[in-house]
Design a protein around this ligand. Structure first.
Ligand SMILES: Cc1ncc(COP(=O)(O)O)c(C=O)c1O
Length: 487
């Protein structure tokens, strides 16, 4: 077989061929390629370790280097790393490589908790950019370059800026403008694009932060593309980010036994996109347009869209068509009610529920049937709202929005100091004015309501109580309704 033919074989194909051969595994993993794995055998079949011919993720110079380079070409980055611990590890490594120990950092306050975890590990002093709220939907707006600029002037020691674009709800920021502002101040821009791994791969999609001047970009392949859970990519562009440190942190924070099944899944995903991406994105766009036409006559339920957004002075530049924010604001339904109706009556499992909306994630792998079932169900539910079937049922209509807004908190001490300080648990009603020692998150989306070191305000306590009453998942509050505060 010619060298090029071997080189062009995907990781999955190589694993399958190897494992169909007669090599006996005197090595990890202990299931011995599924021989004794019972029902799981088919999943274990290609699960190997770093044996000859299969490279080493942290010193890649063979099949894994080729696979990462392939992903790199697809996105147009300069360097791309496979991640087997989700975007979480990509964010951790990026922040820790960019911001020196103890440094100041500017963080958009709607970032995922992994950003705050990195701030704890690196003992950073955060300053926050609070995005505005899109009033129509009660969700976070995009990040404005002017606001970032102002904060960088106010805190000139900040050398690292982290923003999330798109947000969990699909709101896209003007990353190019933010990057220009950050670079003017000599900083590094990290974009958590975990929810936008499909960006930039087709003209129908928003541009990826990789092409908008970001220095480090994190993608969860598993969130919006056909790849296994936990698989993600970290892209580097330019010379501002310290690549040596980045590689070191990835080595430190990921397993020393990265899963070949996951890595093969990433390679398959990239190859699938190269081969079928254009056709699948075109299909998705057609389905999306049809869905929008079918739902534009709804009288009560609204599907989030860019229409009229630019006139209102908001910062978002786009809204990902893969995130359907289905709003029941100002109707007799709440988000959790709509979520439950869709699940129990129509067998449609949403990604998450907010106070007065639910989020459906749509990808290039959704079928015509998938789009149609949702459109049909929404039309029926809308008719039921019209028929006043739910009138008086909305006991939680005054729930605060799930992801925001919350008023800027006073920072009493750094997240690391508060996290490591002596602590005690106090009932919510006694927590006002104290300093949080632990995160309080709504999950999903995992954006902290309280970060260690923040003063616990009566406003945030009221929100936490309402979330608990509504039965939403609030992490960081004990079953006895207590939270940890600094002694
Ligand atoms: C904005 C954002 N960033 C990062 C993450 C972490 O991604 P992963 O689950 O791939 O570790 C999430 C997870 O939901 C997220 O919403």
């Amino acid at each position: 077989m010619r060298e090029e033919d071997v080189k062009d074989k995907g990781l999955y194909q190589r694993l399958s061929e190897y494992c169909a051969g007669d090599f006996y595994p005197y090595h990890m993993p202990g299931h011995k390629r599924g021989r004794y794995a019972g029902d799981m055998a088919r999943y274990f079949g290609i699960d190997i370790t770093e044996i000859d011919g299969f490279d080493d993720l942290y010193h890649a110079n063979g099949v894994l280097r080729d696979a990462q380079e392939r992903a790199n070409r697809l996105y147009g980055a300069e360097e791309t790393y496979y991640l087997v611990n989700g975007s979480t590890v990509g964010v951790l490594a990026s922040v820790m490589a960019a911001a020196k120990r103890g440094e100041e950092i500017l963080i958009a306050r709607n970032c995922h908790r992994s950003v705050y975890h990195a701030a704890i590990l690196q003992e950073l002093k955060p300053h926050y950019y609070y995005p505005e709220i899109l009033d129509e939907y009660g969700i976070w707006d995009g990040v404005g370059a002017d606001g970032i600029n102002r904060l960088l002037e106010q805190y000139p020691a900040c050398r690292t800026v982290v923003i999330t674009s798109p947000t969990y709800e699909g709101i896209v920021s003007d990353v190019s403008a933010v990057a220009k502002s950050v670079h003017r101040h000599g900083g590094v821009l990290i974009v958590d694009e975990a929810h936008g791994a499909h960006f930039g791969l087709d003209d129908h999609m928003p541009q990826s932060a990789v092409m908008c001047g970001a220095d480090l970009v994190v993608h969860s392949l598993h969130k919006t593309l056909p790849s296994m859970t936990q698989t993600a990519l970290l892209h580097v562009k330019g010379e501002r980010a310290d690549r040596r440190k980045l590689r070191e942190y990835l080595r430190m924070m990921q397993t020393s036994s990265p899963s070949y099944v996951m890595m093969a899944s990433m390679d398959c995903c990239v190859r699938y996109l190269e081969e079928h991406g254009a056709q699948r994105f075109a299909f998705m766009k057609r389905q999306y347009d049809l869905f929008r036409r079918q739902t534009e006559t709804l009288k009560h339920i609204r599907i989030g869209s860019m229409t009229h957004m630019s006139e209102k002075g908001y910062h978002l530049t786009d809204w990902d068509m893969g995130k359907l924010v289905i709003s029941v604001r100002n109707t007799s339904l709440t988000g959790p009610m709509l979520y439950r109706i869709l699940r129990e009556e129509y067998h449609l499992q949403m990604e998450m529920s907010g106070a007065d909306y639910v989020v459906a994630i749509m990808t290039i792998m959704d079928t015509h049937d998938g789009w149609q079932r949702l459109a049909d169900a929404l039309r029926r539910i809308d008719d039921r709202i019209e028929g006043e079937e739910f009138d008086g049922a909305a006991g939680t209509a005054s729930l605060p929005e799930k992801t925001g807004p919350f008023t800027p908190a006073e920072i009493v001490m750094t997240p690391a100091d508060a996290f490591c300080a002596d602590r005690r648990e106090v009932p919510l009603e006694q927590a006002a004015g104290k300093t949080a020692a632990e995160f309080v998150n709504l999950y999903p989306p995992g954006i902290p309501l309280l970060v260690p070191g923040e003063r616990v305000s009566t406003d945030i306590l009221a929100k936490i109580r309402k979330y608990l009453q509504a039965g939403l998942c609030v992490q960081g509050v004990t079953p006895d309704a207590e939270i940890a505060v600094v002694l």
